[in-house]
Ligand binder design. Structure first.
Ligand code: NAD
Ligand code: GLY
Length: 365
C-alpha cells in the first residue's frame, strides 16, 4: 500500500520565494525529489544524533549524485539544545570546512533541527539556501512549512529567529515508521489544530480517522499531511510575516509555550503542550461567549483520543500569566489569545486576567 501512494505536491505561493512541498513514500531515495540548487553547489546535511543513524547515510548517498561535496553534522538531540551554543556548531562546521555562499543546507529531522537549520541558513554569509526534510509528523504538518526559523532563549520560546523560506520541503512518510508513539501523538496536536481554526470538515475527518492515524496508516497520514500543508499554505500565502491572519496557526500555543517554558524545555513535548493549550484556549473561547461548551468538549475528547494530555501542570495561574506575557503576540504587555470564533474560524482576542486564570485552573492537574 505505502509504495502505491502517489507523491503529492502542495505549493506555497510567495512570489519569488514560492516553493513546493512534496508528500509521499520513498522520497529519501529519489534524487530528483531531494536534490536542490545548482550541481556545482556544496551541501551540508544538518541532523541530530538520533536521526543520523536512521537516515543520514541514505540522504548523503542520494545528494552525492547531485552536489559537488556533501558533509553531515549531527547535533545533540533535544529541545534544550535549540540554543546559541548548538547553533554555533553549524557555523563552526560551515566555516571550518570553507563552505561558500552557494552552499545548500538540508535540515534532516524534526522541528528543532528544521528551525535551527533554517535560522543558520538565514544568517550564514547573510543567507544561503536550505531544504527541509522533515522526519516527524509535527515537522511535516507544520514546522517545516512557512519559513519561521528560530532558537529558544531562557526567557521565551523561539524568541530569536528570522522568517526565511526553504527551497523545497520533502515529507517522506516512510520516515514516520521509526517515530516513537509519543511523537506521533505530539504531531497530531498540530494536525488537530487546523480543524477549529480553518476547516471544520477536516476536524470531522480527523475524528473518523484518529485511530488509523495513530496506527500510522499511510493513506490516512498522507491525507492529514496534505490537508494540513494546504491550510498552512493558504494562511502563509496571505500573511507570510504574521501581521494578522497567520497568528491563528498559534491556536493553543500561548498556553502551550507557558507550559514548555514553565516546566523547562523538553519536559513536555511541544505538541503535548499545544494539545493541552488548545483545551485551555477552547475553554477561554467558551467563557468569552464565542462558542458553546459542546464544541470545546468535542475538541477536548479528540485531543485525548490522540494520546495527548488535556490537563496542564499546576504552575499556578499567576505563573502561567507571567510566562504568557513573553509571547510574540503580546502588545505592550497585553496577552493576545487565538480563540475560536465559530467551528473552523479563529482570530486574536484580549481577555481579562481573571477569566484566563479560570480557564487555566479548570484544566490543571
Ligand atoms: P523534535 O525535532 O525534537 O523531534 C522529536 C524527536 O523525534 C527528537 O528526539 C528527534 O530526534 C526524533 N526524531 C525525529 N525524526 C525521527 C524519526 N523519523 N524516527 C525516530 N525519531 C525521530 O520535535 P518536533 O516535534 O519535530 O518539533 C518541535 C519543534 O518544532 C519545537 O522546537 C517547536 O518550537 C518547533 N515548531 C516550529 C514551527 C515553525 O513554524 N517553525 C511550528 C511548530 C513547531
Ligand atoms: N506554527 C506557527 C506558524 O508557522 O506560524
Amino acid at each position: 500500500m505505502p509504495k502505491q501512494l502517489q507523491t503529492e505536491t502542495v505549493s506555497i505561493a510567495l512570489a519569488e520565494r514560492s516553493y513546493d512541498i512534496l508528500i509521499g513514500c520513498g522520497l529519501l531515495d529519489s534524487p530528483s525529489s531531494i536534490s536542490c540548487g545548482p550541481a556545482s553547489a556544496e551541501a551540508l546535511i544538518v541532523t541530530n544524533t538520533t536521526v543520523a543513524p536512521l537516515y543520514a547515510e541514505r540522504l548523503q548517498r542520494v545528494l552525492a549524485q547531485h552536489h559537488a561535496r556533501v558533509r553531515t553534522i549531527a547535533l545533540p538531540d533535544g529541545e534544550i539544545y535549540k540554543d546559541w551554543v548548538t547553533l554555533n556548531l553549524i557555523f563552526d562546521e560551515l566555516l571550518g570546512e570553507a563552505f561558500d555562499r552557494k552552499t545548500v543546507l538540508y535540515a534532516l529531522g524534526g522541528g528543532v533541527i528544521g528551525d535551527m537549520t533554517g535560522f543558520a541558513a538565514a544568517c550564514y554569509m547573510r543567507g544561503v539556501s536550505y531544504v527541509q526534510v522533515p522526519t516527524t509528523l509535527l515537522a511535516q504538518v507544520d514546522s517545516s512549512v512557512g519559513g519561521k526559523t528560530a532558537i529558544n532563549h531562557p526567557a521565551g520560546k523561539n524568541m530569536i529567529g528570522a522568517f526565511y523560506q526553504p527551497l523545497r520541503v520533502i515529507a517522506d512518510l516512510d520516515t514516520l515508521d521509526t517515530l516513537p508513539d509519543r511523537e506521533i501523538s505530539a504531531g497530531l496536536a498540530e494536525v488537530i489544530k487546523y480543524g477549529p481554526i480553518a476547516d471544520d470538515a477536516f476536524l470531522s475527518w480527523i475524528e473518523q480517522h484518529i485511530d488509523a492515524l495513530r496506527a500510522r496508516d499511510k493513506a490516512a497520514l498522507a491525507h492529514a499531511v496534505r490537508r494540513s500543508c494546504e491550510i498552512k499554505a493558504w494562511v502563509v500565502g496571505q500573511d507570510e510575516r504574521e501581521s494578522g491572519l497567520r497568528a491563528i496557526l498559534n491556536f493553543g500555543h500561548t498556553f502551550g509555550h507557558a507550559i514548555e517554558a514553565g516546566l523547562g524545555y523538553g519536559e513536555w513535548l511541544h505538541g503535548e503542550a499545544v494539545g493541552c493549550g488548545m483545551v485551555m484556549a477552547a475553554d477561554l473561547s467558551v467563557r468569552l461567549g464565542l462558542i458553546d461548551a459542546a464544541y470545546a468538549k468535542r475538541l477536548t475528547a479528540l485531543i485525548e483520543r490522540a494520546g495527548l494530555p488535556t490537563r496542564g501542570p499546576r504552575l499556578g495561574a499567576a505563573r502561567y500569566l507571567e510566562l504568557m506575557r513573553v509571547d510574540k503576540k503580546s502588545e505592550a504587555g497585553q496577552i493576545r489569545f487565538v480563540l475560536i470564533d465559530a467551528p473552523g474560524r479563529a482570530s486574536l482576542h484580549r481577555a481579562n486576567d481573571d477569566v484566563v486564570a479560570e480557564a487555566i485552573e479548570a484544566h490543571c492537574e
